[in-house]
Design a binder for this molecule. Structure first.
Ligand code: T1G
Length: 693
């Protein structure tokens, strides 16, 4: 018998237990163990029912995703499930934890399913760019009908045990899984074994209904293939017998598995876990922290405090006045009220969370904090004043973090004793929603401090990425190159609408100019004015954004920026004033506007991001290309089914990316320099992924 699948017996009931930590993935060893268990139990006349259960935190949470690139090994999961379903004895699946993908499919091959009340049950395969490949698209519809099957399969979002019961996916929900499973097994023993009807599933949907449903799935997929192809598989369950449907499902699975989208989505899955284990953390031990303090209860500070409170930390917000402290509490309460409204937390949980919050104007309240995050106004002098006070008000061992999107945390190390406890934490707004946080290390930051930052972020259900120090850290530095190139393309003849449209077709949630208008043009204008004296005179400078601001238009909030906005609407409309201003500037610079292909715009905007990322990697600001990918996906809306700019570069071919970047630099050597790392990898059409070890 295998060491990941064991059989025990209680009277006439056999209990097959899988023990394959951490998530009981149904990899080859588990499949072989289950295959052998069926072979052992089928002829055993002493056994009249079989319970399938898992040790640890969860029932099977899916196939082993790592096997997809290595070629599946027999026994195939679909064949194993068929064999279980054909058994002469009833199999009862005892579900707990997160029953996902191949885990649910294995349970659907059993004859009964009983779940602990807290279980989450789903078919998330589309989030990996594939579809349920072991019968999920064929058995689910025969149990739940069309609407639930389409929802489960094409969204990939798990449902509660109660909802699964309502859908007909499981037979029972229990608060005592072991006892009730055994009772169920004993009742089933010796009874006729229920079989799934192999005839096509029944639905009252018309051809038009199906076609409209597919259009909805396509719209929600936003360019991703798998939800739409998974829909096609589900639809087949209503038109063909089970065996035929299974064959079609397998064909679609094999088709999707080889797509760049699926490779990107599998990369994203593992990358957002790998970022939490940078080499720099190997020597770090996280400190045990429970009490946080946040200096500044504005939008960022109250968002950070909300995330901290929701993660279970006792949190104090320190503001400059009693009324500001009260406002901060109201902001946190508002954030939590929204979570209640969205059904994310109960009212009781909200109240318990708020009980952990203290808001005050007494700076000395930081005295018992284990970790303090300053989130005051993004100006060095304002932050310096806070660190001056922290130097004496905070415990000498308290970790001090500065929430900043571009200020070098080293700025503050001379102000406090034990500077090794300082790090930067670049939270993304809104901080209680956005999952990304860039953890910025100074040359002094202690590995334990970094490890504590990563542990805190994970507890906040955030994804932390380690960054060194440069202007904009990882994400905003790459955004800078992206925005600069977009400005040049605008000046050279492409319209804002064409550039934005091309990037939305690429999969971005919005284009650069819609994004600038939404964020507001004033901050960028002020930054550029401050940097004017030190700007490289060789670098091309596009004044268009400055001219728009000087024309009194600073974006969506004022009704005009790069676009015009009707009162109360966010729809970006052409702005004749802005277009006239752009034409005048082109004339002023003697630029004859030229036309661009969308593909050229996308290639150029992608190339400059990869080039900047290559420099960031060369400089050691980011450890691996996957760190860059995760920052762009989690913080900037980069389409997950492209896996981030570095994965996209590998998919396009790095030689191609190098060629585009070389052309950009040749045309404007004062503004662009091809990164050595891009030269090296692109020169041999290598893969950035090879640096992700
Ligand atoms: N395969 C391989 N490794 C996996 C894995 C999987 N399915 N799921 C998790 N891991 C690893 C993960 O990389 C990490 O490793 C560790 O387990 C803990 O994971 C045939 C084809 C179950 C909700 O998509 O959603 O079935 O970093 O940090 O936060 O139709 O893991 O420690 O080295 O995420 O407690 C479908 C994916 C597969 C579920 C637990 N199933 N997993 O979350 O832990 S395709 C999924 C998750 C399939 C069938 C198809 C989550 C979790 P390391 P973790 P967690």
């Amino acid at each position: 018998m295998s060491d990941v699948v064991t059989i025990t017996r209680e009277g006439a009931v056999a209990i097959v237990t899988i023990d394959n930590p951490p998530v009981n993935a149904v990899g080859q060893a588990v499949r072989q163990g289950l295959w052998d268990a069926v072979t052992t139990l089928e002829p055993d006349t002493q056994v009249e029912a079989v319970i399938l259960a898992c040790a640890g935190n969860t029932f099977i949470a899916g196939a082993d995703i790592r096997e997809f690139d290595g070629g599946s090994m027999e026994p195939w999961l679909a064949d194993l499930i068929d064999r279980i379903h054909s058994s002469a004895k009833p199999w009862i699946a005892a579900l707990h934890g997160t029953v996902l993908g191949g885990g649910l499919e294995t349970a659907l091959g059993c004859h009964y399913r009983i779940a602990d009340r807290r279980t989450k049950i789903g078919l998330p395969e589309v989030s990996l760019g594939i579809l349920p490949g072991a019968g999920g698209t064929q058995r689910t519809p025969r149990l739940t009908g069309a609407a639930a099957a389409v929802q489960l399969v094409t969204t990939g979002v798990p449902v509660s045990a109660e909802k699964a019961l309502e859908f007909g996916l499981i037979d029972r929900v229990t608060d005592d899984l072991d006892a009730d499973t055994m009772t169920l097994a004993q009742h089933a023993a010796g009874q006729p074994v229920p079989r799934l009807d192999p005839a096509p599933a029944e639905s009252n949907l018309s051809q038009d209904d199906w076609d409209n449903l597919r259009k909805q799935v396509e719209k929600q997929a936003r360019g991703q293939l798998s939800p739409v192809r998974a829909f096609d598989a589900v639809r087949l369950a209503f038109e063909t017998p089970l065996a035929e449907g299974m064959d079609a499902e397998r064909d679609i699975f094999m088709e999707l598995k080889e797509t760049d989208q699926s490779k990107a989505l599998r990369h994203a899955f593992f990358a957002e876990r790998a970022v939490g284990k940078p080499a720099a953390l190997k020597s770090g031990t996280p400190r045990d922290i429970s009490r946080l303090a946040v200096i500044g209860g504005g939008l960022m500070g109250s968002g950070i405090a909300t995330a901290a409170l929701s993660a279970g930390y006792t949190t104090t917000i320190v503001e400059q006045s009693a009324e500001a402290a009260t406002t901060a509490r109201e902001r946190v309460a508002g954030n939590l009220a929204s979570a209640v409204k969205r059904g994310k937390i109960t009212e009781e949980a909200r109240d318990a969370t708020l009980d952990r919050l203290t808001t005050t104007d007494d700076f000395d309240a930081v005295a018992d904090a284990d970790l303090i995050i300053e989130a005051v106004f993004e100006e060095s002098d304002v932050k310096r004043a806070v660190f001056d006070k922290l130097a004496t008000a905070a415990r000498p061992d308290a970790i001090l973090a500065t929430n900043t999107s571009y200020i070098d945390p080293t700025t503050f190390t001379s102000q406090v004793p034990n500077p090794e406890r300082i790090m930067g934490l670049h939270f993304f707004s809104p901080a209680h929603i956005m999952r990304l946080v860039e953890v910025v290390r100074t040359p002094d930051t202690h590995p334990d401090v970094l490890a504590t930052g990563f542990t805190m972020a994970k507890k906040m259900r955030k994804v932390a990425v380690l960054s060194g120090i440069c202007d904009g850290f990882i994400g905003n530095r790459i955004l800078g190159a992206y925005g600069r190139m977009a400005g040049y393309l605008l000046e050279d003849g492409a319209s804002a609408a064409q550039i934005d449209g091309a990037m939305k077709d690429f999969g971005m949630p919005m284009g650069p100019f819609e994004m600038f208008d939404m964020a507001g043009l004033q901050i960028g204008y002020s930054n550029r004015k401050r940097e004017a004296a030190t700007r490289d005179p060789q670098m091309r400078y596009s004044r268009i954004a400055d001219l728009i601001v000087e024309d009194g238009a600073t974006g969506q909030k004022t009704g005009r920026g790069f676009y015009r906005y009707e009162q109360g609407s966010r729809a970006a409309l052409p702005s004749p004033e802005t277009e006239a201003l752009i034409s005048a500037e082109r004339a002023e610079k003697g630029i004859t506007p030229r036309s661009f292909e969308d593909s050229e715009i996308v290639a150029m905007l992608h190339a400059v991001q990869v080039n900047e990322a290559a420099k960031i990697l060369q400089e050691g600001i980011a450890e691996r290309p996957l760190d860059v990918d995760v920052v762009k996906m989690m913080g900037y809306g980069y389409p997950r089914w492209r896996g981030g700019p570095m994965q996209e570069a590998d998919a396009r071919g790095t030689a191609q990316v190098l060629s585009t970047m070389q052309s950009i630099a040749d045309a404007d050597p004062g503004s662009w320099h091809v990164a050595d790392l891009l030269q090296e990898i692109g020169g041999k059409n290598g893969r950035f992924a090879d640096l992700n070890t």
